[in-house]
Design a protein around this ligand. Structure first.
Ligand code: IDP
Ligand code: MG
Length: 140
């Protein structure tokens, strides 16, 4: 069993798509085991997007991610990391496969609906960044 970290970004909140997006994961047989709505601090975003800190869009990306509170979810399944990335689609909505969340609901390469962990090791670090053990439901 794997658990991945998903963040529903401000564009998703503004378009009132929280339920639709979470339902896609439930319908795919994935299980929501942690959920919260909160604002992201500068410090957390510096850490979460450290791989983009030298990019020209970094400041803009942080500003976008702080535009509204976000929904943070821990989602489990046999192959959760890969399954969720598939359902999310490519980073740029114009390059994402039809029916993926980013193709259907994304605005542009920055405002692309959601974050999803890109590997099991990343997921582990990201889950620790946003949830305590007590906040996560353990099935079985
Ligand atoms: P991912 O979210 O598909 O894993 P990453 O390359 O890890 O993609 O980028 C993290 C986030 O940074 C993206 O989801 C998007 O919001 C933003 N981002 C990535 N590339 C660009 C860009 O070229 N311009 C603006 N924002 C970008
Ligand atoms: Mg990424």
């Amino acid at each position: 069993m794997q658990t991945s970290l998903v963040i529903l970004k401000p564009d998703c909140i503004e378009k009132n798509l929280i339920g639709k997006v979470l339902d896609r994961f439930s319908e795919a047989g994935l299980k929501i085991v942690g959920l919260k709505m909160t604002r992201l601090s500068d410090e957390v975003l510096d850490e979460h997007y450290a791989h983009h800190s030298d990019k020209p869009f970094f400041a803009d990306l942080k500003k976008f991610m702080q535009r509204t509170p976000v929904v943070i979810a821990a989602i489990s399944g046999e192959n959760a990391v890969e399954d969720i990335r598939k359902i999310a689609g490519a980073t740029n909505p114009t390059e994402a496969e039809a029916e993926t969340l980013r193709a259907k609901y994304g605005t542009d390469v920055q405002e692309n609906v959601l974050h999803a962990s890109d590997a099991p090791e990343t997921a582990e670090a990201e889950l620790k960044r946003f949830f305590t053990d007590e906040e996560l439901f353990t099935a079985e």
